[in-house]
Ligand binder design. Sequence first.
Ligand code: AMP
Ligand code: MG
Length: 517
Amino acid sequence: MQGLTFDNRFVRELPADASRENRPRQVEGAAYSFVDPTPVAAPRLLAHSPEVAGELLGLTEAEVASADFAEVFGGNRVWPGMEPVAACYGGHQFGHWAGQLGDGRAISLGEALATDGSHQELQLKGAGPTPYSRRADGRAVLRSSIREFLCSEAMHHLGVPTTRALSLVATGDDVVRDMFYDGNARAEPGAVVCRVAPSFLRFGTYELPASRGDRPLLERLVDFTTDQLFPDLEGDRDQRRSDWFAEVCRRTAVLMAHWMRVGFVHGVMNTDNLSILGLTIDYGPYGWIDNFDTNWTPNTTDAQTRRYRFGQQPAVAHWNLRALALALEDLLPADALESGLQVYVDTFQAAHARIVAAKLGMEDCQQPDTELVQELWTLLQRGEVDMTLFFRALAAVDPASPDPDALRECYYVDETFVAERDGLAAWLDRYAAALGRLDSDSRRARMNAANPRFVLRNYLVQEAIEQAEAGSTERIGELLEASRRPYDDGPEIARFCQKRPDWARVKAGCSMLSCSS
Ligand code: AMP
Ligand code: MG
C-alpha cells in the first residue's frame, strides 16, 4: 500500500479531545478524540470494491489481496500516515434531542489523497469502543456490514450520492446481539466495513456545540466545512456561510428526489445520520420498496409512528434542515437560513418534477401533482404493485395500443390485478394521450435511464447474508457485480431483477429490520 498517502485536514485544523482515555464520557470543546481501533482475532477480507480500491484510491489488486490490507482494514494495524479518531457529534433522534452521540463504533483512519486529487476519509465501522460508545460494544455484525458494503456501492452505481465502501473484513470474533429485542441474544460473526467519503460530518456535528453554547467550536467547524469541503464558495466569510447553508439544502433536496426515484428508504433519518455533503450515510435498517407503499418503513423501532416511512422522507429532510438552521442561528442571519430552507423546497419540487417526467417518459412535467400522476400513485399503492418492475414494464408499453396485461406480472396478487384491470386500462389510455412528441425509442431510453432494473432488494441481501454466515461469499460478489449495471437490459442480471418471492414477504431481514446491528 505504498501509494496510500494521507493529509489529515480534519485532525490538523480542528481541536482534539485533550484526554486519550478510551472510556464512555462527555467530550467538550473538541471535534474528535484520538482512539485506535481495537485489534480483532483473525481479520479476513471477504469483499472489496474494485472501483474504490483501484480507481479512487489507486491500490493494486495485489495490495488489496495482501495480508497488510486485511490487517489494516480489520483494525489490527495503523498504517503510516493514519491518525485514527472518533468524531464528536450529537443529534435529534426520532424528533427528540439526544445530546452527545458521536462515533461509537466508527473510527476514521485518515484522509487519503485519491487519484483524482480529492481527499477521501477512510473510516472503519465496527472497529471497537470509543469515548462515544456509551453502553455498547463498538462492534458491528456481519449481516449489517454486508448490508452497508453492498448498498453503498449499489447506490453509487444507481447515480445516488452516497458514501462508498472499500472493503468488508470478517473479524473472526463473535458479537452478541438481541436481533428482535426479545431477550434472545445470540453470538453472531463480527465484521468491519471501511467506508469512504470526502467527509463524514453530519448535521449533528454542528448541533452539539450549538446546544452547549460552544460558539468557538461551532465557528471552527463551520469555517473548516466551508473552506475545506465547499471550496467553490465565493465572497467574504458571511457570504460563504450563507451560500454554504443554501448548498446543503440544495444537495439534501437532490438526495431526497433520488431516494424517491429508486425506492430507497433510509429508515433512521435522525440528524446524526444526515450528511453535510448531501450523501446517503449510515446504512442501518434501510430497505427498498418492493410493492409501492408510501407508508412502508423498514425499521422495527419506527413501526409505531412510521416517522421515517418512504413517503415522509422529503418532509423529514426539511425538518432536519430546520434543526440544522437552528444550530446555526447565531452564525448566519435569519433571512439566509429562511432562504436556504426555501432552496430546499424549490429544489425538491423541481428535481421531483424532472424525475417524475423521466420515470414516465414525458418531455417535462411541470407539476408532478397533476391528476394523472396522483392517480398513478393511488393505483400503485392500492394494487400492491412492484415499483421497480412497473416502471420498466411501462417503458415497454406501446402508446399506440396500451395493453394493461403487459403489467400483470408487476402485481403481487393476481386477483388484485384482475380487479384493478379496468382502472389501469383507463389510466394507460390517459397516459398514452399525455405522452407528447417523444418517439418510442427516445421515450423508452429516457425511462430506462431513470428507472433502474436492478435494485438491492431486501431479500437479495438477506440471501447473501445467509450464505456468508454459512461460509460462502459468492452471492456477495454476484450482487456487487449486478449492482454495477443497474439500468442494463442484459440477461446476466435477470435472476436478480424479479419480484420479491412469497417466502420473503414477512421474513425478518426481508421485510423489517431492527437497529440491532
Ligand atoms: P445509528 O443511528 O445506528 O447511526 O447510531 C446512533 C448512535 O449509536 C451513534 O452514536 C453510533 O455510534 C452509536 N452506536 C450504534 N451502534 C453502536 C455499537 N454497537 N457500539 C457503540 N456505539 C454504537
Ligand atoms: Mg449514525
